[in-house]
Design a protein around this ligand. Sequence first.
Ligand code: PGA
Length: 266
Amino acid sequence: MSFPLVSPPHLASTKIVIANWKMHGDLQRNQALMHAYLQALSPLAPEVKVIVCPPYPYLAQLQSLCQGSVVSWGAQNVAKNVIGAYTGEVSPRMLIDFGAQYVIVGHSERSTAYCESDENIAEKFMLAKQHGLTPILCVGETLLEREAGVMERVVGKQLETIIQRFGGCAFANTIISYEPIWAIGTGLAASVDQAVAMHQFIHETVKTADSDAIQTLKILYGGSVNPQNALQLLQHPEIDGALVGRCALDAEAFIEICKSAVPTTV
Ligand code: PGA
């Protein structure tokens, strides 16, 4: 099946690789990592789009290091309000002040530790989008849910929460990352078949809700992506890219993963 890609410039490239630095880094290490990234990644554009999501305090550093380069940056979370008495929260407008174009919402490390509900995540997703950020929605099931065979029901509910609240059109020009919770940080990535099956389910769910939105939606895989498994995952036509945690902290490994995303056939 083929359809025209009607993506805005920041989504137009073939594959997207996102570095989620989680709560790692310091000024010096970030600079060294970005120096290595930028040198090696420039020749991969525009086939591979790279987005780096550092901890909040380093957004300004990323802005000064990456402005005008092939690397974009974003945040790992955002508030569900624009302004007000919300101690510790960061609004979408503040992210934009630091040149962020993207924001991760609903990462399982947050939804588990900070009890974020699907409804909360849906609100963050929409507010970010309304303010001009591209939300990167993380969805995925636990090991117990997979073993019970209810993974599509779980991911379906995560998507339906947004669809029912805002319509399927909410997914236009956004990114969904399928992140099985059992694969994150465990070294045990989903197999290509498992990832592709869920990507197809996500594709069909969004397409049924809005056949236009699916044309500009990117569906990524995240969970123990490494230089050994990246090629198989990233060369699959159903997988639009990867969200990388641990291996994004190692310049050599991350660059290798990004290289695996370059299309091998024209
Ligand atoms: P990991 O993290 O690559 O360390 O498994 C992935 C993620 O946070 O999505």
